[in-house]
Design a protein around this ligand. Structure first.
Ligand SMILES: [Zn+2]
Length: 88
């Protein structure tokens, strides 16, 4: 990811401390992943925001599409897009 994009994304997480964010489903079926998928994740503080930012990058660096969104609708839209790409 280019540096500026990365910086913008980092700030996206920092700007949302204290709010809920929603992530797409990955292949992991553990209870924690299932819980965060259905309930969303409350960004607790600066450290947590950076943890989520790092996790997002780590997944994508491994080729696993993984992204947090402000709303469930945006998340669902992203998942539909991924599904369409997979079915091409
Ligand atoms: Zn998991």
């Amino acid at each position: 990811m280019p540096k500026i994009e990365n910086e913008k994304r980092r700030n996206w997480f920092l700007d949302r401390v204290g709010t809920m964010v929603y992530r797409n489903k990955t292949k992991c079926e553990c209870s924690l992943c299932n819980f965060f998928y259905s309930e969303g994740v409350l960004i607790l503080d600066h450290t947590h925001a950076m943890y989520l930012f790092d996790a997002e990058n780590a997944h994508n660096n491994e080729g696993i599409p993984f992204r947090y969104f402000e709303t469930i609708d945006e998340r669902d839209e992203y998942e539909n897009l991924l599904e369409r790409m997979n079915n091409q």
